[in-house]
Design a protein around this ligand. Structure first.
Ligand SMILES: [Zn+2]
Length: 524
């Protein structure tokens, strides 16, 4: 069985790629598409890098791995301001499975891989690596061999907070930064591939996503960057040898920035499902929040508050809710509608009975959301609305909001409780966004892949099982994705060989079990 190379282009979309490929402007991607199989790759919901890349690396839906955003959820409906990290990913990752089968892996810049975990090979952590991190490689001393390497636009951390500060930079400086990071990453990739000669190699370019947030609509700037990445892919593949199968993926799609705001909680309030406290203190907090929020929205001067302050403000507003009269509330903005029913036994002050009352209320809210129209434009606000158990399953289902709604791409969903009106005009500081853009990209090419074909219905969670099968290994039974066998040439080994489903083989589980045994026997 041959080697596999995955190149992740965060947020890359065929909406940009296909026309440029047709015009011959992206020769490497164009030839991979022409000689391979390509099609849309459905992300998870919410379609953002945190949950999406974790779903990719585990082959599991968010109901199993429990990562729903960039912050963790507490179990009790209250938000918990803690950033996600690799320590939160309890399920085995693709590279851990490969490592346990003795395959040598090289993993670079995949989001949510900090702190770097032990693999049979090397790993360099990516997006969500804190700025203060000194250890971001496994093995630790690897970083000495790549002294020029940079993770993101500021040393290390380049999340939402990082963007606020670089926003002040001139366009040309931002562009130069991203080209520079891509150049260093490509050089490091090529160098490490020849030094380590991994069976599985993966690198993610986060710049496609971030450049599109900054410059969506600026074709010149984006094309220049995509051409840079196209050349990078060409250089990386030149080092991979002819026996490698190549898979190019993105974690979600992209589109223009939102222009209208929809406030879940203002809407629930009008529907009589959410009530605020009436006492003076709560009213004052609410009025102050409304004023601050309105001012910020109008002037676009909203200052980024530190996470602690944000949590404190949110808590104050939450305390202003009359929980004993509230049946449903909107949860932390994930860019989508996320509603929880105030369920007795689960929520601290739940009033809705489990069972029939809960289900009926949930159906009612879903029905209302589906038919909801923006009075100003007459258009439907929601593209898709689901019960959580229609789309997710697994032990972390209780962390997923009861109702999930993907808005039409024009709508920014707010659940902050700071908004007075249900709808408002909205102007984002970003030019491009992906709150509702679930379609990423998949391009596969190589000795085992059909030439010149298209694929439909592929999902991000299918990639890990597909790669394992391509490398001749069994797929752990608890992965949710399926092997995309329609990618393979008829006479190829992966097509000839039946998919094998393996035991859930966790070294960590074995270690845990051994520790438990030793404890039971009194040895530790
Ligand atoms: Zn993004």
């Amino acid at each position: 069985m041959g080697k596999v190379i995955i190149i992740g282009l965060d947020g890359a979309t065929f909406d940009l790629i296909t026309p440029w490929v047709d015009e011959g402007k992206l020769p490497c991607l164009g030839s991979l598409m022409k000689n391979g199989v390509w099609g849309k790759l459905r992300s998870v919901i919410p379609s953002m890098s945190g949950p999406a890349w974790v779903s990719f690396m585990t082959g599991k839906n968010p109901g199993k791995h429990g990562i729903l955003g960039f912050m963790t959820y507490a179990d009790q409906g209250e938000e918990q301001a803690e950033l996600i990290s690799s320590l939160r990913v309890k399920d085995e990752t693709l590279w851990q499975v490969l490592s346990s089968h003795g395959k040598r892996v090289g993993v670079m810049n995949v989001p949510v891989t900090y702190p770097p975990q032990k693999v049979n090979g090397f790993l360099i952590s990516g997006f969500m690596t804190p700025p203060s991190a000194t250890v971001f490689t496994y093995p630790e001393e690897l970083k000495q061999s790549i002294p020029d390497y940079r993770i993101g636009i500021r040393q290390g951390w380049q999340g939402e907070d990082g963007r606020a500060s670089i926003r002040k930079l001139k366009d040309e400086l931002i562009v130069r930064e991203y080209h520079d990071i891509a150049e260093r990453r490509t050089a490091a990739a090529v160098q490490l591939m020849s030094q380590w000669n991994p069976d599985f190699f993966m690198v993610v370019f986060k710049g496609t996503d971030e450049m599109q947030h900054f410059f969506w609509g600026r074709e010149d700037i984006l094309l220049e960057y995509y051409r840079k990445i196209d050349k990078s892919i060409d250089r990386i593949l030149a080092h991979s040898g002819k026996d490698s199968n190549v898979v190019i993926i993105s974690d979600h799609g992209f589109g223009p920035a939102t222009t209208r705001l929809f406030s879940t909680n203002a809407w629930l309030k009008q529907a009589g499902l959410l009530k605020s406290k009436r006492d003076l203190k709560s009213s004052l907090i609410r009025t102050a929040s409304h004023l601050a929020w309105d001012l910020n929205r109008r002037t676009r001067l909203r200052k980024r508050l530190p996470a602690g302050r944000v949590a404190a403000v949110r808590k104050a507003v939450r305390q202003g809710l009359a929980w004993k009269k509230t049946k449903a509330y909107g949860r932390t903005p994930l860019g989508i509608v996320a509603v929880n029913i105030n369920l007795r036994g689960r929520e601290p002050q739940g009033i809705v009975e489990p069972g029939q009352e809960f289900e009926e209320l949930r159906e009612e809210v879903i029905k209302r959301l589906r038919s909801l129209k923006d009075p100003q434009t007459g258009e439907r606000v929601m593209a898709e609305v689901y019960r959580n158990n229609e789309m997710y399953w697994g032990p972390n289902l209780n962390k997923v909001p009861d109702i999930i709604g993907i808005p039409n791409p024009r709508y920014y969903v707010d659940a902050s409780l700071f908004t007075r009106s249900i709808f408002a005009d909205w102007s984002s500081r970003q030019r491009g966004q992906h709150y509702a853009q679930v379609n990423g990209i998949l391009i596969a090419s190589g000795p085992d892949i059909k030439p010149g074909d298209k694929i439909e219905g592929a999902r991000l969670i299918d990639i890990a099982p597909t790669v394992l099968h391509m490398m001749g290994l069994p797929v752990p039974q608890d992965m949710d994705g399926r092997v995309l066998d329609e990618l393979f040439k008829e006479e190829s080994e992966p097509a000839q060989k039946a998919v094998e489903y393996g035991e859930v083989n966790h070294e960590r589980k074995r270690v845990r079990d051994r520790v438990a045994r030793l404890k039971i026997s009194g040895e530790i």
